[in-house]
Design a protein around this ligand. Structure first.
Ligand SMILES: *Cc1c(COP(=O)(O)O)cnc(C)c1O
Length: 349
């Protein structure tokens, strides 16, 4: 006999990427930004500490909402802040999807969506991508009991986007809200933010973890219509963003010059990494994120993953039953990527 709800007992917990505690590893497995965040972040944290941490933080992180709203051309009441965008995904799922109801997403994608559906006791409803990482009509058919659809764009592990015009078309055909998870939008050439005002079914989530190099701070946000934000705010933890995170995220989002420079470096390295891997005979998608997805028709990439790990280079191996297997490689610094390319060249020789 178990004390737990059946769905909790039956589910597998979400497995985050490895975080080795020894510093020697070249870590290209969890899509962290390899560069230090804006210098304004450390100063803002110091100021927040000086001002004291005895009081509870602002429950709605108003300072951040105002800056994010300004940046995106909406009012602050279109923004909901979270303890990472994982928290935003939890809040949205919790508010929209009940037991026995259906939550849809493409496959393969970010594995956390499945975990969140399982926690709700909801029906996890993955729709396979086409071979070219586009979405077919099946994504919008058979929608009985469907309460939420989530599309990561750029997607992980592929790095590919579903173009905004297509997202709008999909939303129009769905009976429920569509959350576009834009964790990697800072590296992409298009995004769906302007659709939020145009289409009442579309919501967009963003994170400070990837583009702004603040994964350790835990800060993300949702952009949605105020009447939706109001409902979501009911189910969040009262103080879901801590005072240091609010200070750090607010300082970071204000530093547009830092973002532009870092983005430029990462995109240049991404192009170089993509080109070299293709020269080695790997198939690499045109990534719009800070990682690349590499597959090979013959070589066992699980072995390559292990051989790289033995050399203290960590990438992510992903095998999707019935679909594909490949290596997801984060775009690191030029030095890190050079070390990876040297190792791969030797392993594939
Ligand atoms: C990294 C990632 C997130 C989570 O970001 P946090 O803000 O660090 O919680 C969400 N969605 C996708 C697709 C991601 O890759």
């Amino acid at each position: 006999m178990s004390y737990f709800r059946d769905n909790v007992e039956a589910m597998e917990g979400y497995q985050p990427g490895e975080q080795p505690r020894v510093a020697k590893f070249i870590k290209l497995n969890t899509n962290e930004n390899p560069y230090a965040p804006s210098g304004a972040v450390a100063r803002a944290i110091e100021t927040a500490v000086t001002q004291g941490l005895a009081r509870y933080p602002d429950p709605s992180a108003e300072a951040f909402r105002q800056r994010a709203a300004q940046l995106h051309g909406v009012e602050p009441n279109w923004i909901l802040c979270g303890n990472g965008s994982d928290d935003i995904l939890t809040i949205v799922t919790r508010a929209l999807v009940g037991e026995g109801e259906r939550m849809r997403m493409p496959y393969p994608t970010y594995v956390l969506y499945e975990t969140l559906a399982n926690i709700q006791g909801a029906i996890y409803d993955p729709i396979p991508y086409e071979q070219d990482w586009s979405l077919g009509d099946s994504f919008t058919s058979g929608t009985d009991g469907l309460k939420l659809a989530v599309i990561a764009s750029p997607n992980s592990p592929s790095g590919t986007v579903i173009e905004p015009a297509k997202i709008a078309e999909i939303a129009d055909r769905l009976p429920c809200p569509l959350l576009v998870d834009e964790a990697y939008a800072d590296f992409a050439s298009s995004d769906c933010l302007s659709l939020v005002a145009e289409n009442e079914k579309i919501m967009v989530s963003r994170t400070m973890s990837k583009g702004y190099a603040l994964a350790g701070i835990r800060f993300g946000y949702l952009v949605a219509r105020p009447e939706l934000i109001e409902q979501f705010a009911k189910v969040k933890d009262s103080y879901n963003c801590n005072a240091l995170a609010i200070a750090a995220a607010t300082a970071a989002i204000d530093d547009a010059a830092w973002l532009a420079e870092t983005r430029g470096k990462i995109l240049a390295t991404r192009d170089r990494l993509t080109g070299r891997l293709r020269e080695m005979g790997l198939a690499v998608t045109d990534s719009q994120a800070n990682f690349v997805w590499a597959t090979h028709p013959e070589i066992d990439l699980g072995t390559i993953y292990n051989d790289l790990k033995a050399l203290q280079i960590l990438v992510r191996y992903m095998g999707y039953p019935g679909w594909n297997e490949g290596l997801r490689i984060t775009v690191g610094t030029d030095d890190q990527v050079d070390a990876l390319l040297t190792a791969m060249t030797a392993l594939l020789a």
